[in-house]
Ligand binder design. Structure first.
Ligand code: MG
Ligand code: ZN
Length: 287
C-alpha cells in the first residue's frame, strides 16, 4: 500500500536542510552507529529496507499478529492516501490493544527472509577493504523493525547510518511510531521524502570530507518512493531498481516520456548477485 498510492517527484533542494540535525541521529544517540563517520571511503551505497533487504513489507508482516491475522475493516478504512505513517500508528495502537507483545512483534520481524542474494551482497560489502563502501539504509519502515532485523541477521555494524521513522515501545507496551520529517515534495508521503534525505546526506558528508565527493554513489531499492532519490544521482552513479517493481517501472516510464532526463546508470536486479557483479567491476577500476 505504501508504494502503490503515490508517485514521487524531484523537488529543488530544501534551503536549510543541510543544517538540520537528522531525526534518526537524535533518537539513536548512544548507539554504536553514532560514532563519527570515517571520511576516507571511496563509494557510498544506499539501501531501502522493505522488499529490498527483506523480501516482504515489514508493516504487512506484523499484521499477522492481529487476531485472526487480519485487521478489522473499520481500521483499514481509516487509511488516507499519502498519510500512511499515521495509518500505521493506528495499526500499532490496535495491535497493542489486542495484547500483541514486543517479543511477538520482534520475532515476526526477525523471521522475515532476506531478498535473494542480499546476504551475499552484504557479505561482499563487509569483505571489502574498509575504505571502499560507506553503507546507509534509508527506509519508510521504522527504527525498531530495521534495527531488530539487521541485528538478528548480523549486518547491523555494516550500516553506518539508518534513516527511517523513529519507533520505540512505551511503558504500556505499544510501539510508538512517529514521522521522520516533513518536507515540500508534492508527491511523496507527508512523513518521508527519500530524495531530501539522500541529497542532505551527500551534501553534509562532502562537507565533512573537506569537500571531497564520493567517486560513485549507488542506490538499491524497489519502491515508488525509491524513484524520487534516484533522480538526484549523477551520470557517474548507478541506481539498482528491483526488476519489475514500481521503481523500475517509473524509471522506464521516464525514459520513454522524457529521454535523457534520468541521469544515473540503471542496472536492474532480481538477486543481490546482480548488484555484486556491477560493484565488482567498479571496485577494480583505477581511480
Ligand atoms: Mg521498499
Ligand atoms: Zn519526494
Amino acid at each position: 500500500m505504501r508504494d502503490s498510492v503515490f508517485n514521487c517527484c524531484f523537488t529543488p533542494p530544501h534551503p536549510s536542510a543541510a543544517e538540520v540535525e537528522l531525526p534518526a541521529h537524535r533518537h539513536r544517540r548512544g548507539n554504536m552507529a553514532e560514532a563519527p563517520l570515517p571520511n576516507d571511503r571511496r563509494f557510498l551505497i544506499f539501501f531501502d529496507f522493505d522488499e529490498t533487504l527483506v523480501d516482504e513489507t515489514s508493516d504487512d508482516m506484523v499484521v499477522q499478529a492481529a487476531p485472526g491475522g487480519v485487521l478489522p475493516g473499520w481500521l483499514k478504512d481509516t487509511y488516507r492516501p499519502n498519510h500512511y505513517n499515521e495509518y500505521m500508528q493506528r495499526v500499532l495502537a490496535y495491535l497493542a490493544e489486542q495484547g500483541v507483545s514486543e517479543a511477538t512483534m520482534r520475532s515476526i520481524i526477525e523471521k522475515i527472509p532476506a531478498c535473494p542474494g542480499i546476504p551475499a551482497l552484504l557479505r561482499f560489502l563487509q569483505s571489502r577493504p574498509p575504505r571502499d563502501f560507506e553503507v546507509v539504509c534509508v527506509s519508510d519502515a521504522n527504527t525498531y523493525f530495521i534495527e531488530s532485523w539487521l541485528t538478528r541477521a548480523g549486518f547491523r555494524p555494516l550500516f553506518l547510518r539508518v534513516f527511517t521513522n523513529p519507533a520505540q515501545f512505551d511503558r504500556d507496551g505499544q510501539l510508538q511510531l512517529r514521522p521522520y520529517h516533513s518536507h515540500e515534495c508534492q508527491r511523496c508521503p507527508s512523513n518521508f521524502c527519500k530524495a531530501v534525505v539522500v541529497r542532505e546526506y551527500i551534501t553534509r558528508r562532502i562537507r565533512e570530507r573537506g569537500g571531497r565527493p564520493f567517486q560513485r554513489v549507488f542506490y538499491v531499492g524497489d519502491g515508488a518512493n525509491d524513484f524520487c532519490p534516484s533522480l538526484t544521482l549523477s551520470p557517474r552513479d548507478t541506481v539498482f531498481p528491483r526488476r519489475d517493481f514500481p521503481m523500475h517501472r517509473l524509471i522506464q516510464e521516464m525514459a520513454e516520456a522524457q529521454p535523457g532526463k534520468f541521469r544515473a546508470n540503471v542496472v536492474t536486479w532480481a538477486s543481490g548477485e546482480d548488484v555484486i557483479n556491477t560493484l565488482r567491476k567498479v571496485v577494480e577500476e583505477r581511480g
